[in-house]
Design a protein around this ligand. Structure first.
Ligand code: FES
Ligand SMILES: [Fe+2]
Length: 327
């Protein structure tokens, strides 16, 4: 080592080193090299041990992976069902590039969308599911914003689900936010006025007789197939048909769902379901075909799958029981 030192030059300071400076530098270099080798050795040994362990216990590890997967499936099915959500900004606005003002640009795109001059009424007449039965316990109250309305859905002590307009006719408090169920009535959180089964005000604190003619709108409500449905009619007619019961649902359990919020007229979604012409153009029939788009060799091997659709026009009898109309 000493033989190198008389000619050694510090490459950074560009000056000749004294003998002792040179020796120190050489020692530092050696220390660094030993340190690196030592650590590399440890890392290599750890990796080798892991691989040896995997190799020797591969059967056991595969079993553990399988059990964990099974546990995950059971957990997501029975304890914490899967909910796959897509928000409004995720569907139909893929052409709008990401960026800090993306939400604003999406709002502008929505506002400038061409609507045409023949648009249907905002909501078609019919039954709409506004809550899930299992989520509304006896005495429970839930706020629902749907059909352009603020609604208060509650379950009376008789177990019957009811739906009323959320706004109190007294001073406009929202009955669904802090409101209480008393018997089969809903009580306003603000001044404790109570509204009965038909929506009429039945009691006011400190007043002997409830005011006459004060009421909230009561929506025709039924509970069927695990959901709470209300009847919407643009002309306020009573229900024109009943919802068909699906007995199979009694044996089914809830195991999760997809929930997509789509910027569209409500009628477009069922119409889209009947529009078979778009399926092959827009959708992949299966995972295989979406892989095939990426790797054409797969199509060469197995052929290109195609969606085949048949449109069945249901008879009126299968659309639920029709009720006699009143108008
Ligand atoms: S606002 Fe509801 S009781 Fe007063
Ligand atoms: Fe589609």
């Amino acid at each position: 080592m000493a033989s190198y030192c008389p000619n050694a030059v510090d490459s950074i300071l560009n000056k000749e080193l004294t003998f002792s400076e040179c020796q120190n530098a050489m020692k530092n270099k050696e220390f660094l090299r030993d340190f690196l080798l030592f650590n590399l050795n440890i890392i290599f040994n750890v990796i080798r041990t892991i691989f040896e362990f995997i190799f020797e216990n591969s059967g056991c590890l595969l079993f553990c992976v399988f059990v964990s997967f099974l546990f995950f499936v059971v957990y997501r099915s029975y304890v914490n069902p899967l909910l796959y959500k897509k928000e409004l900004t995720e569907i139909g606005f893929e052409h709008i590039a990401k960026g800090p003002d993306r939400d604003r640009r999406i709002s502008r795109a929505q506002a400038t969308r061409r609507m045409g001059n023949k648009i249907p009424p905002p909501y078609p007449n019919g039954w709409f599911a506004v809550a899930e039965s299992r989520e509304l316990k006896v005495g429970g109250v839930t706020a629902v914003d749907a059909l352009g309305q603020n609604l208060c859905v509650y379950r009376g002590e008789d177990g019957v689900a009811r739906c009323v307009d959320a706004y109190c006719p007294h001073l406009g408090a929202n009955l669904a936010v802090g409101g209480n169920v008393c018997g089969n009535c809903i009580e306003c959180p603000f001044h404790k006025w109570r509204f009965g089964e038909n929506g009429a005000c039945v009691s006011v604190p400190g007043v002997e007789n409830a005011p006459k003619g004060v009421s909230i709108k009561q929506w025709p409500t039924v509970e069927r197939d695990g959901a709470i449905w209300i009847w919407y009619d643009a002309e306020d007619r009573p229900p024109l048909w009943n919802i068909e019961e699906v007995p199979e649902l009694d044996h089914w359990g809830y195991r999760g769902r997809n929930e997509f919020i789509v910027s569209a007229h409500i009628q477009e979604i069922p119409e889209n379901g009947a529009d078979v012409a778009h399926l092959n153009a827009v959708h992949s029939p299966s995972l295989v075909s979406s892989l095939g788009e990426k790797y054409p060799l797969l199509y060469d091997l197995i052929g290109k799958p195609k969606l085949k659709n048949t449109l069945v026009i249901a008879s009126p009898a299968s659309q639920g029981e029709l009720l006699p109309t009143t108008g």
